[in-house]
Design a protein around this ligand. Structure first.
Ligand SMILES: [Ca+2]
Length: 85
């Protein structure tokens, strides 16, 4: 922004202000549904999705990393319960 002033003799002074706009606020993402979902083996999984919002952006990109999906067999569950897992 440039601010300027002119006196009655036509002398002019000016000063500039630089405004830096930053977005340092992370988007807020929330699960729709429970954080832990248990399904029967062989059944399909219905993705419940997420809701996202941001302080500035409206065209947010949501990605899903399915590498965190873990199949737990009943044997593993038994092992966990018995302290072998
Ligand atoms: Ca933001």
């Amino acid at each position: 922004m440039i601010y300027s002033a002119t006196d009655d003799s036509g002398n002019k002074g000016a000063v500039t202000r630089t405004v830096i706009v930053e977005d340092n606020t992370n988007p807020v993402i929330s699960l729709a549904g429970d954080a832990v979902v248990t399904i029967e083996a062989g059944e399909s999984y219905d993705e419940q999705g997420v809701t996202v919002s941001d302080n500035y952006d409206t065209n947010l990109t949501v990605t899903i990393d399915s590498s965190a999906v873990r199949y737990v067999s009943s044997w593993e569950l038994r092992g966990d319960l018995l302290g072998y897992g």
